[in-house]
Write a protein that binds this ligand. Structure first.
Ligand SMILES: [Zn+2]
Length: 237
């Protein structure tokens, strides 16, 4: 009798990740650098341990404060709010690509990304290290401010074409400062690509590596973005 054999094409391989994580999100404080025209955070004490026996605070926070995830309705009318962005886009294997040789303030284009064609796989997250995050301190707005590295629309096309599920960057935004049309955001968001902005300089430690990323936004009903905690785990095998 003939034995029937089924061959199953394997799309994903089992991986082992380290238990130790590395935080690639900025610390949020009241004096954190803020994208122009966005509000600065405010921390207030509502109940006080000496007076009330307990500490409870109120935070006033712009949705794009520090490390954050954008949702579709940041730029798309009828786009989904942050609570409906699929979390699977922000958990998974990520390639950390080095763009620190690029002049700060220039745009990353499709040719720049082509250099990494062989290492980026479909369904990957791509994290772009530009070096801008090294300036993140009290003088950031004077030294970098509006002149941060960003993605040209051709880079957004490349990301969509290569079926990258999310893109992260260590600058204020994936968009050139002052861009009226916001083509990069619109192309990425309309194709369902996740956008993570303002990662910290710990990203540098993982340049050229394949890692495991977890970066979860809060479930804020209908909002255009949410601060998020982004952590990287080493892939052991
Ligand atoms: Zn944003």
């Amino acid at each position: 009798m003939e034995t029937k054999r089924t061959s199953i094409k394997q799309y994903s391989k089992k991986i082992t990740i380290s238990e130790v994580s590395c935080d690639i999100s900025h610390l949020t404080s009241q004096d954190i650098p803020i994208y122009p025209r966005n509000p600065s955070p405010k921390f207030e004490s509502i109940l006080n341990i000496e007076k009330d026996g307990v500490n409870v605070s109120r935070i006033t926070l712009g949705t794009h404060t520090g490390t954050h995830v954008d949702s579709q309705n940041h730029f798309l009318t009828n786009g989904i709010g942050i609570e409906r962005e699929p979390l699977s886009k922000f958990i998974g294997q990520a390639m950390v690509l080095d763009f620190s040789k690029k002049t700060i303030g220039d745009g990353i284009n499709s040719n720049d990304l082509n250099y990494y064609s062989s290492v980026a796989r479909s369904n990957d997250i791509i994290l772009l290290y530009t070096g801008v995050s090294n300036y993140w301190n009290h003088s950031y707005m004077d030294r970098i401010g509006k002149k941060f590295t960003y993605l040209e629309p051709s880079a957004a096309d490349w990301i969509v074409k290569h079926k990258i599920k999310s893109i992260g960057i260590d600058t204020f935004s994936v968009e050139k400062y002052g861009s009226k049309k916001a083509i990069t955001h619109k192309r990425l968001l309309s194709a369902g690509v996740g956008i993570i902005e303002n990662l910290n300089s710990n990203l540098k430690k993982f340049v050229g590596k394949r890692v495991f990323l977890v970066c979860l936004p809060l479930a804020l009903k209908g909002l255009d973005a949410s601060p998020a905690r982004a952590v990287i785990f080493d892939i052991l095998d």
